[in-house]
Design a protein around this ligand. Structure first.
Ligand SMILES: [Zn+2]
Length: 342
């Protein structure tokens, strides 16, 4: 089978299109023929050695997989060859105290598909059968791959880690990103008034098209003032944050009393200074959100099949051109998702 492998870290890293032996499934695994695989910031961190773990190379990146089961391991009984599946890329043990409560994203023995084992920028990939999620009828592979990771991350943030009540004001940072584009649609479906941000005019237009009532220019350093003005100085009830650094600190400047910031990333910086005074005086919350559970993926794909959320796909690359997709994501000139079709 063909696979794109990272053979040297860097920015850009060094990739090679290689011909490898087909994977053999362990007893509890299946082999999936990959039809589509989404690219994420996690892949860029792998490329540039920006993860807090050592990853041995070569490695096949790619965690946001949609495809069909090609081969079953000897102990797999609840799936069949040909089933259309998405994959929970937060691989989990299924046995620890968190997994037993369905909280796979904080599994004590969690691994990342495409980081600690080979992922989906390949024609075939072996994954544990317990990580599979059925793709609902009527949803194509590219739509599934565009939502499996980014969309379900937003679903986890808005319906598991935090709650949205009808009428709430929700601020979605970076509305043209994978997480942001899904978060706008999910918050809207839950009855919220959505404000979003975008650093360029095309990104702001996309956020409007997805359902944001107001979109603020985040390249203006004083953007929190615009949010306060829109909400009559009250502030928003919930911020969906995935940028980190100074952006997260500024989110507190536009947060209402009893408001919550839920954050799932820190591409712009992992260490910040926080003023604790307003946090306790205004009873505010900062909540972490890591990955997703299979339940979040299932809900996301079912909402997509029902037409409640739609993927935003920027561009689809053939497998051999996957390095160009990395380049494009690094450029930050992306509207929605970049996909690779092996
Ligand atoms: Zn576990």
């Amino acid at each position: 089978m063909k696979a794109i492998q990272l053979i040297a870290h860097g920015s850009p890293g060094k990739f090679e299109l290689r011909t490898l032996d087909n994977p053999t499934p362990a007893p509890d695994e299946v082999v999936v023929r990959v039809h589509s695989c989404g690219l994420n910031h996690l892949d860029l961190w792998l490329e540039s050695a920006g993860l807090p773990i050592q990853v041995p190379l070569p490695r096949t990146p790619g965690g946001e997989i949609a495809g069909r089961i090609e081969q079953l391991g000897s102990a797999v009984t609840n799936w069949k060859v040909g089933d259309a599946v998405a994959v929970q890329s937060n691989l989990f043990c299924g046995e620890c105290e968190f997994c037993q409560h369905g909280e796979e994203s904080v599994c004590l023995r969690g691994e990342l598909l495409g980081v600690s084992r080979d992922g989906g920028f390949a024609e075939l990939v072996a994954v544990p059968a317990r990580a599979l999620v059925k793709i609902p009828a009527g949803l194509d592979f590219n739509s599934s791959a565009a939502l499996t990771l980014a969309g379900s991350t937003a679903m986890h943030m808005l319906t598991n880690r935090a709650q949205v009540r009808a009428g709430d004001w929700v601020l979605v940072m970076g509305g043209a990103s994978g997480v942001g584009s899904a978060a706008i649609q999910i918050a809207k479906q839950l009855g919220a008034h959505v404000i979003s941000t975008g650093s360029t005019e095309p990104k702001r237009q996309l956020a409007f098209q997805l359902g944001a009532e107001y979109v603020v220019d985040s390249s203006d350093a004083n953007w929190p003032a615009a949010i306060r003005k829109i909400t009559n100085r009250r502030g928003v009830d919930l911020v969906v944050e995935h940028v980190g650094g100074d952006v997260l600190v500024k989110c507190f400047d536009c947060l209402a009393r009893n408001g919550t910031i839920v954050t799932c990333g820190a591409t712009a910086g992992r260490e910040v200074r926080l003023n604790l005074w307003p946090i306790f005086v205004k009873q505010q919350r900062l909540i972490g959100s890591y990955g997703r559970n299979r339940a979040d993926i299932q809900a996301t794909l079912e909402w997509a099949a029902a037409g409640k959320i739609a993927p935003v796909i920027d561009f689809i690359y053939p497998l051999a051109e996957a390095p160009a997709a990395f380049e494009k994501l690094r450029s930050r000139m992306v509207l929605g998702k970049l996909l690779v079709n092996p």
